[in-house]
Design a protein around this ligand. Structure first.
Ligand code: TK8
Length: 339
């Protein structure tokens, strides 16, 4: 599972020639330090892309901004890190949209099961007008959304049985992200869901506190979930976007030029995150089989059955979130699909 990173050519506009401006910045006390934390470990495409973001930002700001990176929930889980951004005690984190819905409820729409048919449609919607509208909603919460990255299509793992049809969820103790829609959708499917921070998940599976969980294939492989799980089923029930978040207080304190640099770098590094993630899925699926996991492809019929079961939950949440907002997202999906 070696990944070759092509990091060249991304630096651009490097002013090495201008006289030692890095130390100059430090000397005048103007070096700004960003603590950027994520929940996944340092082998995940998200972390490799975060390193790429760091590289671009440090180069383009000529040392005026320094980035310290943290992984594996070293700074806390998605929710705690997002709160730290609001308080201004941390500068960057890149959570899934699900926990963001605890701050801006409308974000749950991205976690409507089976909303996005594929990654290309997700890219178009998220990188388009609708995606930007959602990023703008973060400002009220003292957060700035710089770009969408990718967690990816979520699949179910567990220690009990293969998920071949909706009825296989019956009674399964499933860890979910801290998001009410996830909780209610899995309840509707007959599972017994428990919300839990990602950092506690491995131990919970190891100790049998939960039977299973759902996450994209790269996470399942790179976090070693195959050590404590027997079945992986490609439900692809939700496409999880990541949102690159910055503390608004910190963002507002940057020069306009620096704001542009951190934003463009987030878009650039996000492309790398998406590419690495997508390239990795097939290979990691094979690795999971090689590690002895029972791997099954979930049929379109079984997925259709799941859609039907969760539909009342989606209707309920559309009501809560605002039907127009939800419709706007569905329209953007349809438009992107037609292109
Ligand atoms: C990592 C999380 C994680 C998410 C989850 O911090 O909690 O299951 O999918 O990967 O963002």
């Amino acid at each position: 599972a070696m990944m070759v990173l092509v990091l060249a050519a991304c630096g651009g506009g490097n002013d090495e020639a201008s006289e030692g401006s890095a130390s100059e910045g430090e000397g005048s006390g103007e070096t700004k330090t960003i603590r950027a934390g994520i929940g996944l470990n340092d082998s995940h495409p998200q972390y490799l892309a975060l390193l790429e973001w760091k590289k671009i930002v440090e180069e383009k700001t000529d040392g005026a901004i320094k980035v310290e990176t943290y992984h594996s929930s070293q700074l806390g889980d998605d929710r705690a890190m997002t709160e730290a951004l609001q308080l201004g005690s941390q500068e960057v984190t890149i959570p899934s949209t699900a926990p963001i819905a605890n701050f801006v409820p409308e974000y749950s729409v991205f976690d409507f099961p089976f909303l996005f048919p594929n990654e290309q449609v997700a890219d178009k919607v998220l990188d388009g007008e609708v995606g930007q509208k959602f990023l703008d909603k973060l400002e009220d919460q003292n957060l700035v959304g710089l770009a969408y990255w990718e967690n990816g299509f979520r699949d179910v793992t567990n220690s009990e049985r293969a998920i071949e049809s909706a009825s296989d969820f019956e009674g399964l103790k499933l860890r979910t992200m801290e998001n009410d829609l996830h909780l209610d959708a899995f309840k509707a499917l007959g599972a017994n869901p428990t919300p839990m921070a990602f950092g506690e998940l491995f131990t919970a599976m190891q100790q049998g506190t939960v039977d299973g969980q759902e996450n994209p294939i790269p996470t399942i492989y790179l976090q070693g979930f195959y050590e404590v799980q027997d079945y992986v089923s490609t439900t692809h029930h939700i496409y999880s976007p990541f949102v690159f978040l910055m503390s608004k207080e910190f963002f507002d304190g940057l020069t306009e030029e620096q704001q542009t640099i951190v934003t463009e770098a987030a878009v650039e590094a996000g492309k790398m995150n998406r590419e690495l993630n997508r390239e990795a899925v097939a290979e990691y699926a094979d690795e999971l089989k090689a590690e002895g996991m029972n791997y099954n492809e979930v049929s379109p019929e079984a997925r259709a059955e799941m859609v039907k079961i969760v539909q009342p939950v989606l209707d309920e949440y559309a009501e809560k979130i605002g039907k127009e907002t939800v419709q706007e997202v569905y329209d953007a999906v349809a438009e992107a699909e037609a292109e």
